[in-house]
Ligand binder design. Structure first.
Ligand code: ATP
Ligand code: F6P
Length: 466
């Protein structure tokens, strides 16, 4: 039984809600510093939020920073009594806020991000959660690859608020001493903790040990976490080239691409190269099963290194009885539906069709596969692309269906240690706009440009706290 009872809203949507009789989960991160705990915690929170499960990270480091903003490595020595006391205070404050959050009824999954590196600390967390009827899932990250740890330190630790304004080399040295101090007290999860539900990720998931997973949500989370990797890679997203339906403002269907759409299809191989698709290596292309995406990818040939896969899950949002109509015709024929969609576009389900929420649910296996994969190029549709983009860039549900994703534009997403970097590459080939603003049924409305500069090759970044 998944966490959250399944209720039906007026529009017959299955929605996850937190209620007093639902199981709640505290994911407890475990491991020495610079083992990717915060990265895993941040990604898990983003994934859960995207599938509609209320999740929040409680980072003990940020609580500790209130009183001790820039401690030296000696602060973390287990023999330093004052340091130990202040660290306990920070852990208690995070725990207290977490319990309040659960009590408020808003929370389903909390992620307690700290080293939680002693048996004593874990037993305390387990007991506190047990008393509050909260399940615990311990996630331990173990890594003995010294080069990787050094890279992690240089990549993220020397720029952390703990070392703001300090010399990077001295900061890296201090952080190594901090790790040595933690090692003095660190106890890995062992047989004495067999009653815990836990997963151990050894060397970025090259070995995974799973113990006592009891419920569906935990198993889903564990599956997600074990698929994560940190090899450098990018994901390219493109809508199909302009279609015949796009020209006439009709939605859905399975039309061919237009003459300008074909020009985009021909330009796609060089646009991909320009955006940095590695030459002479195999690149994976995913399309939907609809003609306009397959035609758009047809000039990316196997003999030039492209391997294609068609996914039904990447087909455009099913507009049911409205399939093949223009927005104007929908507003005329189904005025109430048209207004209801504007009111709550994410949850509105077309009669006999889908909502954005439905699309996110069918895209979950795509996201799992994307997390496992390296470079992937996805040629898909407006609504589907909005959903995939929102997962990577953490776009809130209410905003994602209204996002502008222009035709003939390639979006390159590159995961970094604390967020995803985005670059856009525009092909110089005109296309109609298929974006529609709230309250209008205009055929080819332009997205208001103010405050949204999107230059060729322009980049922005989605970040996370640390
Ligand atoms: P701290 O205890 O100081 O908060 P942390 O364990 O939370 O450290 P992060 O801040 O998440 O560490 O470290 C991020 C770095 O770890 C990134 O450079 C990322 O590439 C790397 N990383 C991610 N996952 C793993 C993993 N499973 N093992 C080792 N390194 C990882
Ligand atoms: O107009 C192109 C299109 O891909 C349609 O097939 C689809 O119904 C629509 O975009 C999705 O966008 P919106 O959710 O804004 O109507």
């Amino acid at each position: 039984m998944p966490t959250g009872s399944v209720i039906r809203s007026q529009q017959q949507h299955k929605v996850f809600v937190a209620s007093s009789d639902d199981s709640k989960i505290c994911v407890v991160m475990v491991g020495l510093p610079a083992r990717g705990k915060s990265l895993i915690a941040g990604k898990a929170m983003r994934y859960l939020g995207w599938v509609g499960i209320p999740a929040r990270v409680f980072n003990v480091g940020s609580y500790r920073r209130h009183n001790t903003p820039q401690p030296a490595a000696t602060f973390f020595d287990p023999h330093n009594e004052e340091g130990e006391r202040m660290r306990r205070v920070a852990a208690e404050a995070a725990m207290s806020d977490m319990l309040k959050w659960f009590q408020s009824g808003k929370g389903v999954v909390a992620i307690l991000d700290a080293t939680n590196s002693t048996k004593e600390r874990r037993a305390w967390i387990y007991e506190k959660c047990r008393q509050a009827d909260i399940e615990t899932l311990f996630v331990e990250s173990i890594c003995d690859d010294e080069d990787l740890i050094m890279t992690n330190i240089l990549e993220v630790k020397t720029t952390s608020p703990d070392y703001k304004g300090q010399d990077p080399e001295a900061s890296a040295q201090d952080f190594r001493t901090r790790i040595r101090n933690y090692e003095k007290a660190y106890e890995t999860i062992d047989d004495h903790e067999k009653h815990f539900t836990y997963v151990k990720l050894i060397n970025v998931g090259s070995t995974v040990i799973i113990n006592q997973i009891k419920d569906y949500l935990s198993s889903r989370l564990v599956y997600y976490i074990q698929n994560l990797h940190i090899k450098p890679r990018s994901i390219w997203l493109s809508r199909h080239g302009e279609s015949e339906f796009n020209l006439t403002g009709r939605i859905g269907g399975d039309s061919n691409i237009s003459e300008r759409g074909e020009r985009y299809a021909r330009a796609l191989p060089s646009l991909l190269q320009k955006s940095g698709v590695p030459p002479n290596t195999k690149s994976v292309i995913w399309t939907s099963t609809l003609k306009r995406t397959i035609q758009s990818a047809r000039h990316l040939k196997a003999e030039t290194g492209y391997e294609k896969l068609e996914w039904k899950a990447l087909d455009e949002l099913d507009s049911g009885v409205c399939d093949g109509l223009t927005y104007e015709q929908i507003a005329e024929k189904y005025p109430e539906d048209f207004a209801a969609r504007d009111e709550d576009k994410y949850n509105y389900r077309y009669r006999g069709g889908e909502s954005y929420r439905d699309v996110v649910i069918r895209l979950e296996p795509i996201i799992m596969e994307l997390e496992r994969s390296e470079n992937v190029i996805i040629v898909t549709h407006q609504a589907v692309l909005r959903c995939i983009y929102s997962y990577f860039m953490n776009v809130p549900q209410e905003k994602s269906p209204w996002m502008e994703v222009p035709l003939h534009t390639l979006i390159k997403l590159t995961p970094r240690a604390y967020g995803t970097e985005e670059q856009r590459f525009k092909a110089d080939i005109p296309a109609v706009s298929t974006w529609r603003g709230k309250g209008t049924s205009a055929k080819h409305q332009e997205f208001p440009k103010e405050g949204e500069p999107k230059e060729e090759g322009g980049s922005k970044e989605e970040g996370g706290g640390r």
